[in-house]
Ligand binder design. Structure first.
Ligand SMILES: NC(=O)c1ccc[n+]([C@@H]2O[C@H](COP(=O)([O-])OP(=O)(O)OC[C@H]3O[C@@H](n4cnc5c(N)ncnc54)[C@H](OP(=O)(O)O)[C@@H]3O)[C@@H](O)[C@H]2O)c1
Length: 258
């Protein structure tokens, strides 16, 4: 890591962060925390206007933005180029964050092959290729943390959202493999598993007591990245909820409206 300035959190003030999915509400809240600590970013997202707004906000909070690029992440051949550009602009990557995703209607994925494919493309294929490209860069450096946002939905196939859940379970498995590959090295792989979070992705759903905001979970995500934690449920009570859901017999789970 370059530089030597340290903040109270123990994080270096000039941490260099490559971000895929920078316009995600959850990701933006995490980036705000790093921005306030003077981090440098290379930002990658799909929507140019939204990325401009996020960039302005992060700079106003104290960040440096050393470059950005915009494309649909299903245009997979661009990922390696974006990672190399990010590493070149930043000098090296201390943290890579992969946060994009979509939440399709399960019923639509059952009736439309195109919807099912789009779900897999947005939530598995694109994320897997980005994660591998970031991992290769961190491997070349011999250091850094890769944090990928998966979901509690990947913990158990449920009738209400198994297409999205299957894509996120694929990411879980990929990250487990990367954790094995980099075990004992300077490269840390962090699997972030949000529960039900209020964001544009879930704006159409009814929000109840177990819901949290993106701002609520951002500090825990930052701490997990700093410590190189392998799996981080956010909020933490989702670890227990998913333990119970994973333990349910299939016949009982099938009877529940979840
Ligand atoms: N909210 C939840 O309850 C929840 C729970 C578990 C996991 N997660 C995961 O958390 C992550 C962030 O979600 P969020 O809640 O912050 O939702 P969000 O605000 O809707 O963010 C989703 C982001 O993904 C981007 N994206 C989607 N498809 C893309 C594509 N093909 N190419 C490039 N970018 C694409 C969107 O870009 P645009 O701005 O261009 O649309 C947006 O920035 C996702 O991986 C999601 O699966 C969320």
């Amino acid at each position: 890591m370059k530089g030597s300035g340290m903040k109270d959190s123990g994080m270096k003030s000039d941490t260099r962060i490559l971000v895929f999915g920078a316009t995600s509400a959850i990701c933006h809240e995490v980036l705000k925390l790093y921005a306030a600590q003077g981090a440098s970013f290379f930002l990658v997202a799909r929507n140019h206007d939204k990325l401009g707004a996020v960039t302005d906000d992060l700079v106003a909070r104290g960040a440096r933005v050393d470059g950005s690029c915009c494309y649909d992440f299903n245009d997979w051949e661009q990922h390696e180029v974006a990672v190399r550009q990010g590493a070149q602009n930043l000098g090296a990557i201390d943290i890579a964050i992969v946060a994009h995703g979509t939440l399709p209607e399960q019923a639509q994925c059952e009736s439309s092959s195109a919807a099912l494919k789009a779900c897999m493309d947005d939530n598995f294929t694109s994320a897997a290729i980005v994660a591998e490209a970031c991992a290769q860069q961190l491997s070349r450096q011999g250091s850094g943390a890769l944090a990928v946002v998966s979901s509690v939905a990947g913990d158990r196939g449920r009738k209400s959202n198994y297409a999205y859940g299957a894509a996120k379970a694929g990411i879980d498995t990929l990250l487990q493999g990367l954790q094995g590959r980099f075990s004992g090295s300077g490269v840390k792989i962090v699997n972030i598993k949000p529960g039900m979070i209020i964001s544009p992705m879930t704006a159409h759903l009814k929000h109840g007591a177990i819901w949290a905001t993106a701002a609520d979970i951002a500090p825990d995500i930052q701490k997990a990245i700093a410590s190189g934690r392998k799996v981080c449920y956010v909020p933490g009570y989702w670890r227990l909820i998913m333990f119970v859901i994973r333990s349910l017999p299939t016949t009982l789970l099938a009877k529940l409206p979840i």
